[in-house]
Design a protein around this ligand. Sequence first.
Ligand code: NAD
Length: 412
Amino acid sequence: MKNTPFENIQKRIDSAAQILKLDSHITKLLLTPENIVEKTLEVETSKGKKSFPAYRVQFNNARGPYKGGIRFHHEADLDEVSALAAGMAIKCSVVGIPLGGAKGGVTINPKEYTEADLEQVSRAFAREMAPYLGVDKDIPAPDVYTNGQTMAWMLDEYEKVIGKNEPGMITGKPIVLGGSLGRDTATAQGGVYVLHTYLEKVEGGVKPKKIVIQGLGNAGGVAAEILHKAGHSIIGVSDSTGGVWSDAGFDPALVMKNKEEGKKLGEGLKLNSVTNEELLLLPCDVLVVAALDNQLREDNAGQVKAKIVLELANGPTTPEADKIFESKGIVVIPDVLANAGGVTVSYFEWVQNRQQYYWSLTEVQEKLKVIMVDSLHEVMNYQKKYMSSLRGAAYLLAVHRLYEAMRLRGRK
Ligand code: NAD
């Protein structure tokens, strides 16, 4: 039987702990969520009274308050939310920001409900979870099918419960409510900083590359624009409707314009059509996966022709595909590093809320670059020392930091 997402990440943490020869009692704690909060949200919706299961998994707070997004999805369940919570603890540790790991979820198909219904669900979540949240306790953020508006409703409801202002209890807020400049481009920008630093280290400079991008949302769409402006050749892109490609390269802004206007991606452009499955197998230098999890698997990894896979999505590569990539010499820049720019600027938002003083976009981007570049260097030091893949090295670095924080606190 296949492992569940939570079992997969537990295996990755455990194997790092074995390599580092860590104390087994602390390792056991490191594999287990510290708190699991399960609630049922009873909401009066446009379809009548409905009940929605809701979760908040607080995985680890040894390095700082719990941190992680909330997703609204019909398949959200405790196993998935636990896996994502563990992933947040690892990610915050890889980039060395003083936050722990958590995740939240509501089992709901948001497409079936009105905006007013979703406001009530968001408020119910904040009310039910209020005792567990807080600026020094647990700080949520947006995730799949939640956004700045969701955060604004949750902040408002939480502040009603506690009777005072506390903008730093949640991040990913609209700018007028204390959001940070640069949060909307942070994930893509952070990924590009890491990719360019990797190329500088390994190839001695950043030469133009042929790049394919799966997913044209906040992560992939922004990455396409930044990479194109940086002089790379975008040769293929896709969204949920399918993909387009041309070996000569094209301006992704033209495709994005079609997407925004509700047209087909390649309408009016001299581009070839491809399915999403074919797009992943196109010959290119860099494949950016920025859509969904489980895209690169045992059944297709052997046919991937990219030299580097940049994971802007969470969990796009299965452990079986990882092994195939390693054997073929394909380098994977892992999600816990490549897409950590998002949580890093969420951390900046939290810092700005706490000090009630806000930074310019330039300041945010400069600080983001320092963290992403330093983190890649640290991961590559571990890669060299333990002769592992970049993913293996990122887990070794993160698990080591988490373990030290737990050991020094006397947790066992
Ligand atoms: P989004 O909803 O803005 O965009 C998702 C994109 O993927 C859309 O263009 C959609 O059409 C496309 N898509 C959906 N199904 C597809 C398919 N089968 N094939 C190809 N494309 C498909 O989401 P996002 O915020 O860009 O997030 C994408 C991934 O990045 C997720 O795994 C998310 O967890 C991860 N991520 C995002 C951030 C962030 O700050 N946005 C941070 C960290 C990780």
